[in-house]
Design a protein around this ligand. Structure first.
Ligand code: BGC
Length: 722
């Protein structure tokens, strides 16, 4: 449709029909209508009238249903405006790849893009028009159950991976049926909820917002993301969906976002619970004033918007603008010409879990695993013939993590399946040992597990957090291994020192004791469909671990917040970190630094960082400096290394981080091979947000290092000239 035709269409719509475009309900509600359900759920259901003019639907099953929904709607809608179909495809649709936090550990934007590309293909075949992805909330507190949905505690990784996902998923031309529109979320600072509790209050200075929390959303806007979702939380007193500064001023005016804003699930209605709207009607007015176009579920717009427009409280112009944005998106997706977009049952059959997709998912699972400790245990030698596979995750199929599609576990390769596929001759003695839930207290099976450990050549101890302990609404105050798992670990490791502990979890856990006693520790996160195959290959050295922590692992929950790029204080603690020093910024009862720092991860080979050189020692604002990091694979195996570049700004007008990641690149090296990894530093990377909240660079000395957080090496300095 041309712009003119869209305007004409808009002009033909009644106020109710326009409001319909801004309303979204679940596909299941849409189908059942309000006939079958009663009680609280029944109240959420749209009336038949609404179904006729409904603008979009959330969460549906497959291509067949996508087509049916569209047909059902188009048959009823007098204006024949197709529905937008939206789904949370976060880390794969049917072929599930590792959770986003694990993908961050790959430090590999291209691998992320490959995964996003396969998710795009499966999603478009399923009939998805919009995915609620990427989630780029900077998250620095693992008590928050949604930390798994973000790539990292570091905004640079979130920005680069988020933007890569947007570019790949949306493609050049959204009207092509293989492309899917993205909705970046949750704007803004949802990850900074106080005490790590989901939906909780956020208080942050504008300077911190601009420096740490905004950049990743902005990067996605710059990459052309078509939708933005405001967050549930209040930010400095105002819930995001009603935050005019956040939405109108920063998002639309400053960043030039011209796409659709869609509320989070019932967030408009929740303005009443927040206590900033007197009732639902007031909530609608406030959200419209803040430029929220679509009301996701709960029908607040449906119930009140038309009246508010008629009485003049919400100008009809504002309604028109919101509707036009929605119609524009439908038009960009080519839905007026092809309302089914990519929905194709045949394509679903060919693509879902196809060999190529499984192979991408397996590689991603291998490359996101982080080897935390290895005292010569791994990789297992081929002489290891008898393995005791112990722990609550020994045969677990739920290794996909939050936002995997319902039923995803039936396609997951378990650990025994992975090992048997790789090494059919290995004898596996499987013992669960204990459960992994808070309420699991039964220790009666630990003896049998210890017995199996004693008889085995080596032990794989698979422990972690049940899949439903992380994700939305799943915050924890303690981050220990739930249930009797530590007791199991102590006894099994004591029985057989050839024990490799593998972890499945959706957040950084406190592993202080486990890391002390475990001879080897491999963090698998939730690896997805190919988890078992990836793990087997990692354990036997068919794959070499190369993941680096995308968020540090604390020694204790009491250390939070502990961003790796903390700023300095007036009383910094002198090294070593292991002891406390009176009247400096430290704890009496433990070190300041995390147990494992951001950017850390071991390999089966040895990478030696030989040098860091610069082509110049000073630059002008329009100049650049080439930094070359030389590293060598000094070990016996091929491997990959995420080379990380850190910046320090020793003197500035505002306090600066003690270390700031400014670039990274993953390189693959054969044994004995050497790589010269080149980075280009420009003025942009040297900027800070000053006391006036302006992004500026300040002349003076800067330092550049390689290594990883708290372990910077090869430091060199240069000057930014006036
Ligand atoms: C979540 C969003 C999600 C939406 C739709 C909400 O509860 O916060 O992340 O996209 O539901 O499923």
């Amino acid at each position: 449709m041309t712009d003119h035709e869209l305007q004409e269409l808009l002009g033909r719509l009644t106020i109710e029909e326009k409001v319909g475009q801004l309303v979204q309900c679940n596909a299941s509600q849409f189908i059942r209508n309000n006939l079958e359900m009663t009680g609280p759920d029944g109240e959420l259901l749209p009336a038949e009238e609404l179904c006729r003019v409904m603008g979009s639907l959330l969460t549906f099953e497959d291509a067949r249903q996508a087509r049916e929904l569209q047909d059902m709607h188009l048959a009823a809608d007098p204006n024949k405006i197709p529905l937008l179909l939206m789904l949370d495809v976060i880390h794969g649709l049917r072929t599930t790849y590792p959770i986003p936090l694990a993908m961050g550990c790959t430090f590999d934007d291209e691998l992320l893009a490959e995964c996003a590309d396969m998710a795009r293909k499966e999603s478009s075949a399923c009939g998805v028009h919009v995915t609620f992805n990427p989630m780029v909330d900077t998250a620095r507190d693992a008590r928050w159950g949604r930390i798994l949905e973000t790539n990292s505690e570091e905004p640079l990784i979130n920005s680069r991976m988020g933007a890569a996902l947007v570019r790949v998923t949306q493609g050049q031309d959204l009207s092509r049926k293989e492309n899917v529109a993205c909705c970046v979320k949750h704007y803004a600072a949802y990850g900074a909820g106080e005490a790590g509790r989901d939906y909780n209050t956020v208080e942050l200075s504008e300077r911190t917002l601009r420096e740490t929390y905004f950049p990743a959303y902005k990067a996605c806007v710059d990459a052309g993301v078509r939708l933005v979702m405001p967050s549930f939380n209040s930010l400095n007193g105002i819930p995001s969906v009603a935050n005019k500064w956040l939405m109108n001023q920063v998002l639309r005016e400053e960043w030039g976002f011209d796409g659709v804003v869609i509320s989070d699930y019932n967030a408009v209605g929740e303005l009443v619970s927040h206590g900033v709207a007197s009732d639902l009607r007031d909530a609608v007015r406030m959200s419209m004033e803040a430029g929220c176009d679509i009301d996701m579920v709960r029908n607040a717009y449906y119930l009140h918007l038309a009246d508010l427009v008629r009485e003049g409280t919400v100008p009809e112009e504002a309604l028109n603008e919101a509707v036009l944005r929605v119609l524009n998106l439908k038009n960009e997706l080519g839905l007026f010409e092809n309302p089914y977009h990519g929905a194709d049952e045949e394509a679903e059959k060919q693509l879902y879990l196809c060999r190529e997709h499984r192979e991408i998912a397996r590689r991603a699972a291998e490359e996101s695993a982080v080897l935390l400790k290895n005292e010569g245990i791994l990789p297992f030698s081929r002489d290891v013939k008898r393995i005791a596979l112990i722990g609550p995750f020994a045969e677990e199929k739920r290794l996909n993590g939050f936002w995997s599609r319902p039923g995803a576990e039936q396609y997951t390769v378990t650990i025994p399946e992975g090992i048997r596929a790789l090494l059919p001759e290995v004898r596996l003695d499987i013992e669960r040992g204990c459960g992994a839930c808070f309420e699991d207290t039964d220790r009666s099976r630990i003896d049998a597990a210890v017995e199996a450990a004693r008889k085995a050549d080596a032990v794989i101890l698979a422990v972690g957090e049940p899949e439903n302990y992380s994700g939305e609404g799943r915050s924890r105050a303690e981050l220990s291994l739930p249930g009797p798992q530590m007791e199991l670990a102590r006894r099994v490791i004591a029985a057989n020192p050839h024990t490799a502990v593998v972890l499945f979890n959706g957040r950084p856990l406190v592993l202080t004791e486990l890391s002390d006693i475990a001879p080897a520790l491999l963090e698998m996160w939730y690896p997805g469909t190919e988890g078992g195959n990836a793990l087997a290959r990692l354990l036997w050295g068919e794959a070499n671990p190369c993941g680096k922590l995308s968020a540090g692992l604390p020694r204790s929950v009491g250390q939070y917040p502990m961003p790796y790029n903390r700023t300095n204080t007036g009383r910094p603690k002198p090294p070593p970190d292991s002891r406390s020093v009176p009247f400096t910024s430290c704890y009496l009862d433990m070190p300041n630094l995390p147990l494992y720092s951001f950017g850390y991860g071991l390999s089966y080979t040895d990478f030696i960082y030989e040098s860091l050189t610069m082509d110049q020692k000073s630059m002008n604002r329009d100049g650049e400096i080439r930094v070359t990091v030389t590293l060598r694979n000094a070990g016996q195996r091929a491997g990959k290394e995420a080379v990380q570049l850190y910046l320090q700004d020793p003197v500035a007008s505002v306090v600066r981080p003690v270390q700031q990641l400014i670039d990274y690149r993953k390189v693959a090296l054969k044994p004995g091979e050497r790589a010269e990894v080149e980075f280009v530093i420009t003025e942009k990377q040297l900027r800070l947000v000053n006391a006036e909240c302006r992004e500026v660079s300040e002349p003076g000395e800067f330092r550049i290092s390689a290594g990883y957080a708290d372990h910077l090496i090869l430091t060199q300095s240069f000057e930014l000239k006036e």
